[in-house]
Design a protein. Sequence first.
Length: 72
Amino acid sequence: MEYQQPPPPAGGQGPKERPTGITILAVLYAIQGILYLSIPAMLSAIFADFLALPGFLEAGLVCWGIFGILLH
């Protein structure tokens, strides 16, 4: 059985278009997602030198834990 679109509502109107505001929100959420995914890479670049020093490994792990909780 093939899928068939329902008939248009009375009055001859076809399917409505998506509102512009919804499209804008979708784009903003996509940008937010990209930024959230880039945060660990930026932090790795910033803290790479610090993590190589003795004693800073624990600080780096704490930073990753905090950001993991905040982004969850």
